[in-house]
Design a protein around this ligand. Structure first.
Ligand code: NDP
Length: 336
């Protein structure tokens, strides 16, 4: 019997500061059968990502704001259950942007068929998807790591950061330092994610901790956090240092303008390069990254982690948890 309705998550109010469950609503909505050139997908995995917080604000950005009273968008992987396009058959595993819902009727051109033999389907939302590629692009093209560099990565136990340290090592970094929140996560940075040293920013004295971990300074900083982390990195960068400005999660819930690092003038004397980037400008690297990462995964050479919550009814909680650090590695929602 064909599916006629499915649950979807709407943004119903723009959050001010930290989002709360009341900013969202779960609705049962009609599911259209696929017209010619379309497919009907049952979502198996949904991704929640920090950038979605920015889309909840009504501001102009590199991606449009979420509309109120409509299903939100986001990356998802699912199975085609009905097809009216011969290029995408029933049973295909597909990656697309109609997440935050159980079912999606989409043009075949809006989905990408992925190979679940190469890696588990949900890996296309994490290490083989934009999060893995973000780490790779940042360290290969934006703030390129050179042989012998000392590299610092913030948000190091998260989806991007847990992979970034391992990539930096493979690119020849002599020493890789990660920062994360709390003793459990920082322990895992060194025991599992290939970091040589870990900094627990929740203990405070970030700059001091970084100085201890990298007494000679750092050459590359991969910034997922902004704020105090960016300030500490600028203080510790050596002459010619490079910064990949990837994210600033410490500021995403800020309700007031946030001051910039007060030591930015150090960038002049140290001849620093601070470069912001968006992964979608580096998609050409996917051809290199996906087969290489899939091989490393198969051979047990790349360690990844997932935090999985069950059921669409848990997706808001998963997103709110992501902003507070409830995840290690990629935060995912599995649909039954
Ligand atoms: P993560 O898996 O890293 O999850 C977010 C993590 O941020 C949490 O687990 C938490 O870890 C940490 N965090 C939350 N608040 C703070 C804070 N105030 N200070 C320090 N850490 C904090 O998410 P992703 O790996 O998906 O994304 C990481 C970063 O990369 C984000 O900033 C994101 O916006 C950015 N990004 C940018 C892309 C681009 O194209 N430029 C593409 C993809 C991601 P903890 O417990 O350690 O605090």
């Amino acid at each position: 019997m064909s599916v006629t309705t499915g649950r979807e998550i709407h943004l119903v109010r723009r959050p001010v500061g930290e989002p709360v469950p009341e900013d969202f609503a779960t609705l049962e909505a009609p599911v259209a059968p696929p017209a010619a050139g379309q497919v009907l997908v049952r979502n198996d995995w949904l991704s929640v990502d920090p950038y979605m917080r920015g889309r909840m604000n009504d501001v102009k950005s590199y991606v449009p704001a979420f509309a109120l009273g409509q299903a939100m968008e986001g990356a998802a992987v699912g199975t085609v259950i009905e097809s009216a396009d011969e290029a995408v058959p029933v049973g295909a595993t597909v990656l697309h942007m109609a997440g935050w819902r159980e079912y999606a009727t989409l043009p075949a051109a809006a989905v990408r068929v992925v190979d679940p033999e190469l890696a588990p389907a949900q890996a296309y939302l994490g290490v083989l998807g934009t999060t893995g590629l973000t780490a790779y692009a940042g360290l290969v093209e934006v703030a390129p790591v050179k042989e012998g560099d000392v590299v610092f990565v913030s948000g190091a136990a998260g989806a991007v950061g847990s992979v970034a340290g391992q990539i930096a090592k493979r690119l020849g970094a002599a020493r890789v330092i990660g920062s994360a929140g709390g003793p459990d996560k920082t322990a895992r940075l060194t025991s599992e994610f290939g970091y040589d040293a870990a900094v627990d920013y929740r203990r405070g004295e970030l700059e001091q901790q970084l100085k201890q971990a990298a007494p000679e300074g750092i050459d590359v900083y991969f910034d997922n956090v902004g704020g105090d982390h960016l300030r500490a990195a600028i203080a510790r960068l050596r002459v010619g240092g490079r910064v990949a400005l990837c994210g600033a999660i410490s500021q995403y819930n800020a309700a007031e303008p946030v001051p910039g690092p007060d030591n930015l003038a150090l960038a002049i004397g140290k001849r620093l390069t601070l470069r912001g980037f968006i992964v979608t400008d580096h998609m050409h690297l996917a051809k290199q990254w996906i087969p290489q990462a899939a091989r490393w995964l198969r051979e047990g050479e790349l360690r990844t982690e997932e935090t999985v919550v069950e059921g669409i009814e848990s997706s808001v909680e998963a997103f709110l948890g992501l902003l507070r650090g409830a995840n290690t590695g990629k935060m995912l929602i599995r649909l039954p």
